[in-house]
Design a binder for this molecule. Structure first.
Ligand SMILES: C[S@@+](CC[C@H](N)C(=O)[O-])C[C@H]1O[C@@H](n2cnc3c(N)ncnc32)[C@H](O)[C@@H]1O
Length: 308
């Protein structure tokens, strides 16, 4: 789905070894690639991209312990963990489930921003925005209220795809996203009165109580492990009668897991519990796939919750 992050070691020879190793890796010669990467990290011991790639290869070769050690070296070499070594360690069961490194999410979407809309809409058949819009219309119709909102906040707004169907239903949109690249694209849509580069939880914390009547998050809570703190903040900023809607990925087990696509999947019961613990009331929860991955529909949930 995405290009690879490369952080130069600052050592020309080590960088060259890395490039050759990547060629070999792509050609399937993993052992030779690992050998060159071993040389690269010997030349430049803090070469995060080389450690990360070496870790991936060790994992592909079935050398779990060596993979774990190399992912840890990648993270030590880049404390912000822009490669997301932490996620790989979670997937390997070497570390407990935790939040995603913010710098990883930011660099992922900064790289992705220029081709995000095309990739999502065409390649991944993204229909989260339509699902959210339909769910909100259904909830409002059941409440015999118009689907019209004065002040909305779009959490993880990205380029604005999820806000677009609501453009005529919202007077004033605020967008919050970790990625400056995505925010720049969102600005170009003209959909938002205000945009902020921030973590969504931090962005919410700065807002006064009861300052929004609508909150949405399209395909963004898949980057949040623990929903309850976020939903609690949403509940605080919503007025009575306000709505929150979001899509999620889901799974048949219990709780939260980190899927192979490196996004969290939340079980439906976990979502229900998080909504209740935030003091919100569930108005709609539907199994529906927001998008495809590897040519198959991803299992998803479309949720609407209300503040009473
Ligand atoms: C898959 S995109 C979806 C964008 C948009 N909501 C849509 O429906 O097209 C996920 C977005 O969530 C943002 N994001 C992920 N975690 C975030 C966080 N903790 N705080 C703010 N934004 C976040 C990413 O930067 C990215 O732009």
């Amino acid at each position: 789905m995405l290009g690879r992050l490369f952080l130069s070691s600052g050592d020309l020879l080590a960088d060259r070894r890395f490039e050759f190793a990547r060629d070999l890796q792509l050609k399937g010669d993993l052992v030779a690639a690992a050998d060159l990467l071993d040389q690269a990290v010997e030349l430049a011991p803090n070469f995060a991209s080389a450690w990360f790639t070496l870790a991936e290869i060790r994992e592909q070769l079935g050398e779990r312990d060596a993979a774990v050690a190399a992912f840890r070296r990648a993270r030590e070499a880049d404390r912000d963990d822009r490669h997301g070594a932490t996620l790989r360690l979670m997937r390997l069961g070497a570390e407990p489930l935790a939040d995603m490194p913010k710098a990883y999410v930011q660099s992922l979407f900064d790289q992705y921003a220029p081709r995000f809309d095309e990739a999502l809409l065409q390649n991944l058949r993204y229909r989260g925005p339509t699902l959210l819009f339909r769910a909100v219309l259904a909830v409002r119709a059941a409440e015999r209220k118009p689907a019209f909102f004065k002040h909305a906040i779009d959490l993880g707004c990205g380029t604005g795809l999820a806000a677009a169907p609501f453009a005529r239903s919202v007077d004033r949109f605020v967008g919050v996203d970790l990625s400056p690249g995505m925010i720049e694209r969102a600005r170009a849509t003209g959909l938002y009165a205000e945009l902020e580069v921030a973590d969504m939880l931090e962005g919410l914390r700065k807002r006064p109580d009861a300052s929004f009547d609508f909150a949405l998050a399209g395909d963004a809570m898949v980057y949040v492990a623990e929903l309850a703190p976020l939903l609690t903040e949403v509940a605080r900023v919503l007025v009575a009668g306000g709505l929150l809607t979001f899509t999620l990925e889901t799974h048949s087990g219990a709780g939260v897991v980190l899927g192979s696509g490196l996004r969290y999947a939340h079980a439906a019961d976990h979502v229900r519990d998080a909504i209740a613990s935030a003091g919100l009331v569930l108005a709609h929860l539907e199994e529906a796939s927001p998008r495809y991955e590897d040519h198959s529909p991803v299992r998803g949930l479309v949720v609407v919750a209300a503040k009473r």
